[in-house]
Design a protein around this ligand. Structure first.
Ligand code: HEM
Length: 407
């Protein structure tokens, strides 16, 4: 018995797993941006509800993230202390945008814009073939034999911008659309340079007015794009304002452009390592393994307890989808790329009331581009680690040098 007790009391052998993580965890540290997965792994085992340097907690276990997605105590409305709070609407474009778009709204305000966006988006896609294969093939072939090019700049950015421009019905220069998509996410990022932030506010305010003008042109016309279908919906949904429509359009542009442009680099990088053939199951497994949407925020609406940890009212709760998607309790050998695995538990697109509206389009966009790149024999110049943009919650490669043979 004594022997057994002394064996049990013996200090454990040095851990061969990932290194311990400093708490509170910095979700914008260079190490985390370069590779969050060993950090998630450690947090999942040792601090599954971990404090975050910027305040609040981050959840890394699949069960906790999944439960949080359905937890009515956690909301999306910004806390009243946030710059995004409704009282700042006259001061910041971001606060006014947040008051109109689903990711920052809870019921009952969430229902109207979400319902309108879903319907209009569905009608836009049902009524047309977006021609993604042809667009992806043309852009990819145009780079054949050109020597190393940046995949984002030369192919995936023009691809995502052209697709979203056409579907949404935005009559604007592609470079401007890219600037707006990028600006949307910068508006919600922590404030660093007040002068740059003021300029961004002005640019976004100007673009909102431009879209309001494009919306006016749609009134009374047969709808053929998202703006047109939204305009037509105002007859059925009288509370749907022009500003709801304008801001929904900016949200879709930003989500569509930024996730697809950068996600293409992740996919091609994986294709070089794992091989194809690329099909929908391949794309879904790639997204499970390394999703662009790593962490989504919620706010505790009241004093709350999560897995035994108290969270104060108004504090953020970050759901690490990227960690949940590699939880070994749910996915066997989670680091292994296996396109035959069951994706039913994957949390790439969220779940519940705020589930991604663009999932089918996102998959179609990724699939068409990855297939075109595969068919053209596109290859990264290096299969070493990629550099990532310093964006909270997103895993967006900054660039990927590739070559495409002259074919
Ligand atoms: C692979 C690409 C994409 C990924 C990984 C992704 C992932 C996500 C995630 C994780 C959420 C948050 C869910 C939540 O808060 O519970 C979300 C929300 C959303 N996504 Fe996507 N998304 C992608 C592409 C797109 C595209 C192409 C569009 C549209 C053009 C889109 C439109 C939206 C919208 C409108 C929401 C907000 C829904 C709401 O709050 O009610 N996404 N997406």
């Amino acid at each position: 018995m004594r022997l057994l007790q002394s064996l049990l009391a013996r200090p454990k052998a040095p851990c061969s797993g990932p290194k311990p993580v400093d708490l509170p965890v910095d979700l914008l540290s260079p190490g985390f941006l370069a590779d969050p997965y060993p950090i998630y792994d450690w947090l999942r085992r040792h601090a599954p509800v971990a404090p975050v340097t910027a305040g609040g907690v981050v959840l890394t276990r699949h069960a906790d993230v999944r439960a949080a997605l359905a937890d009515k105590r956690l909301g999306n409305t910004p806390s009243r202390f946030s710059t995004l709070a409704a009282r700042n609407r006259a001061k910041y474009v971001a606060a006014d945008l947040a008051a109109h778009i689903p990711p920052f709204l809870d019921l009952p305000a969430h229902r109207l814009p979400r319902q309108a966006m879903s319907r209009a988006f569905h009608r836009t896609l049902a009524g047309r073939d977006p021609g993604l294969e042809a667009l992806a093939t043309d852009l990819t072939r145009a780079q054949a034999g050109q020597g190393p090019v940046d995949l984002l700049e030369a192919i995936s950015r023009p691809y995502a911008v052209a697709a979203m421009r056409q579907l949404l019905g935005l009559d604007a220069d592609p470079a401007e659309l890219k600037a707006v998509a990028q600006g949307f996410f910068l508006l919600f990022a922590p404030l660093t340079d007040p002068a740059k932030f003021a300029a961004l506010n002005d640019r976004m305010a100007g673009f909102r007015s431009r879209i309001a003008g494009m919306l006016e042109v749609r009134r009374g016309a047969v709808p053929s794009d998202f703006l047109g279908h939204m305009a037509a919906l105002q007859a059925d949904l009288p509370d749907l304002s022009g500003q709801h429509i304008v801001d929904a359009t900016i949200l879709l542009l930003a989500d569509g452009v930024e996730n697809i442009e950068t996600g293409a680099a992740t996919l091609l990088h994986l294709l070089a390592r794992e091989g194809g053939p690329v099909d929908e199951a391949w794309v879904r497994e790639a997204l499970r393994l390394d999703t662009p949407g790593q962490i989504i925020p919620r706010v505790a609406r009241e004093e709350t307890e999560i897995a035994g940890v108290a969270v104060k009212a108004g504090h953020p709760v970050f759901l690490a989808l990227g960690a949940a998607n590699r939880d070994p309790g749910v996915f066997a050998a989670p680091e292994v790329f296996d396109p035959t695995r069951d994706q039913a538990q994957a949390l790439v697109f969220g779940r519940g009331a705020h589930r991604c509206i663009g999932e089918p389009l996102g998959i179609a966009l990724m699939l068409a581009l990855a297939r075109a790149l595969e068919a053209a024999g596109a290859r990264p110049v290096s299969t070493g680690p990629m550099a990532y943009q310093p964006r909270f919650g997103h895993r967006w490669p900054a660039r990927l040098e590739i070559t495409i043979g002259a074919g």
